[in-house]
Structures are given as C-alpha cells and as structure tokens.
Ligand binder design. Structure first.
Ligand code: COA
Length: 319
C-alpha cells in the first residue's frame, strides 16, 4: 500500500514589530493608497536587531510541534525553506535543529525564494513516500526586510518577515496527493539579489526587481500550474475546496482564484496583514486558516507559489 505524508500540525510566528503603510510614508515617497491599490498590503511585520531567521523558525516550529502533539526528538527530517539564512553556513535547518535540541536527523535548507515552501514540502513528501523519514518538520522562514533597499519604493513596500511550519507524518491515507515543481533560470535578471560571496559586492546585497514583468509572468505561470495539477490528478476545478497561494500581491491571487472559478471566500488571504514573506507566506496563511477553523480535515487544498529564478510549483493535498 502507498505511503502518504499527512499534515498533523501547523504553526506560525511573526515578529512583534509592525510597519504600516503610513509608517513607510515617513521613509519614502509612497502612499497607503498606492500600496493598498496595487498590492493589497496594509502592513508587515519586521525583525528588530538581534532577531534572526532561525529564531522565527524555532517559534513557528514549536507551535507546529505542539499542535501535532509531538516532542522535537520525534522528528526525523528537517527541511527549511529560506532565502535569508542567518549565516552562509551552517544551514538554517541545522541552526534550527540545535535550537530544538534534535540530534542526528537529516536537516537541510531549500533555496527557491518565494516558491521555497512548496519546494520544501514536495521534497519532504518524497522522503516520506520513500520510507526514508516518518515525521518531518517543514518550515518556511524569512527576514526579507534585511534584503531591502529602504530607499527603493518599488520594492521596499512589498515584503515582510515571519515563519510558518508544518509537521508531516507518514500515513496510509492522503495526505499530500501530488507536488509539481519547476524552475527556469533564464529569468534571473527580473528578480534577484545580485551580491554573493564572489568578491566585494556588498553594495549589491539588495533585492532588485522588474515588477511589471514579474507580475505578468507570475499570473500566467500560476494559471498554468493550476491546469497541470488538476490534469495530473484527473480532477476538476470544483474538486478544490481551498486555495492557499503565495502571498505576493492580491491582484495575482485574484487572477489565480478566477482561473479556478473559486470565490474569494475559498482563498486564504494574508497579504494584507503580512505582505510578501517569501517562503514563509504559504505556511503562515495555511496556519491562520487551520487555526481559525476555515480549513477542515478532509478538505482539498491547493498551495501554489512563484518566485525568483524563476521557480514555481504547487502542492495538492487532502488536509
Ligand atoms: N509608491 C508610489 N508609487 C510607486 C511606488 C510606490 N511604492 N512604486 C512604484 N511607483 C510608481 C512608479 O514610479 C510608476 O510611476 P510612473 O508611472 O510615474 O513612472 C508607477 O508607480 C507604476 O509603476 P509600475 O512599476 O509600473 O507599477 P505596477 O502597476 O507594475 O505595480 C508592483 C508595481 C510592484 C506592485 C507590481 O508590478 C507587482 O506586484 N509585481 C509583482 C511583484 C511580486 O509579486 N514580486 C514577488 C514575486 S514572488
């Protein structure tokens, strides 16, 4: 009989400090009206000095473990999706492992930017299906505010910080039904942080984006991934109970919902409250909707994400 990965616990964590659109008006030439109209964002949480990505990941993970009724030591795989690791190495997954005092299990990071969480979930699912892990902690954690040029109004208004986590357990019942992961590296120039470890490039350690082109690509690509996911499973649009999309822009989210003929009350939206938290946005949104009782056991959920690279993907699951 097949093995599936079931989500048995969810958790989320947002740093305490909040930056509203009005607060940003004091920093750069922008307006609450422009930001809300173009993106749907009203506010975002941002880390303070001393707060770290692995710390956000730890708090979200502890909440997910508590919801699952598990001790950290019962986890045998840790996958962290992040673009903003605390250090170049060790991985944030290892730093998280130390914080949770888990020893010996496989732990690694996945770097697929805003598609990071669907990548991490897809990879962890493969481990579980193959029998290589029984209980996996899958985390999306980001401190995107540290990659922003706070003088660049085209990008500074869009992002926020936070972490979300799920605990997966091997089960004979679904579970994750399928995952679909893609990348096309020819679009690097449209969305990137150019700086790396090759030489003195500190001035390039800010996020750069051609927003308009990213917008168009993300709408068409996400509509394609919806078709691919439904077709692969012989499902109809009406089989989907909930869409939990990456939270980049309410206009992109609405376009994907239209593609699925889903009314917006079947779409989990947190972009207004959290802004774009990159790899953290899907697990944060999922956690919100599980905890407030919207998403119930047995319902079918489609998660989809799109990010720099470009990377994109979906995970279809029965909760
Ligand atoms: N406040 C006020 N005005 C702003 C602004 C801001 N924060 N940022 C840009 N503008 C101005 C521009 O200067 C431009 O002015 P101009 O017409 O006088 O030249 C005007 O608004 C339109 O700029 P444009 O970049 O064409 O806006 P847009 O409609 O494409 O919206 C985004 C910009 C970023 C909101 C939109 O392109 C977007 O959401 N893109 C996708 C981003 C994304 O999701 N990235 C992450 C993917 S994971």
């Amino acid at each position: 009989m097949s093995l599936y990965s079931r989500i048995i616990g969810t958790g989320g964590f947002l740093p305490e400090s909040v930056l509203t659109n009005r607060d940003i008006e004091d920093i750069i030439d922008t307006s609450d009206e422009w930001i809300r109209g173009r993106t749907g964002i009203r506010k975002r949480h941002v880390v303070r000095d001393g707060e770290s990505c692995s710390e956000l990941a730890e708090f979200a993970s502890r909440r997910a473990l508590e919801a699952a009724g598990l001790e950290p030591a019962e986890i045998d795989l840790i996958v962290v999706a992040t673009t903003t690791p605390d250090q170049i190495f060790p991985s944030t997954a290892c730093l998280l492992q130390r914080r949770l005092d888990i020893r010996g299990c496989c732990a690694f990071d996945v770097q697929a930017v805003c598609a990071g969480f669907v990548y991490a979930l897809g990879v962890a699912d493969q481990f579980i299906r193959a029998g290589s892990a029984r209980r996996a902690l899958v985390v999306g954690a980001e401190t995107m505010s540290r990659l922003l040029d706070w003088q660049d109004r085209a990008t500074a208004v869009l992002f926020g910080d936070g972490a979300g986590a799920v605990v997966l357990e091997a089960d004979r019942n679904p579970g994750i039904i399928s995952s679909h992961l893609h990348a096309d590296g020819s679009y690097v120039d449209l969305l990137q942080v150019p700086g790396g470890i090759g030489g003195d490039r500190n001035e390039d350690h800010y996020l750069e984006m051609k927003g308009n082109e990213v917008f168009k690509m993300s709408v068409t690509t996400l509509c394609r991934i919806v078709d691919e996911t439904l077709k692969a499973n012989g499902m109809q649009k009406s089989d989907i109970d909930w869409l939990v999309p990456h939270q980049a822009n309410i206009r992109i989210i609405r376009a994907t919902a239209r593609k699925l003929d889903l009314p917006m009350d079947r779409v989990v939206v947190t972009v207004d409250e959290h802004a774009n938290t990159s790899a953290a946005s899907i697990p944060l949104a999922f956690d919100v909707a599980v905890r407030d009782g919207r998403i119930r056991r047995g319902e079918t959920v489609l998660m989809e994400g799109f990010g720099a690279g470009f990377t994109w993907g979906s995970v279809l699951l029965e909760y």
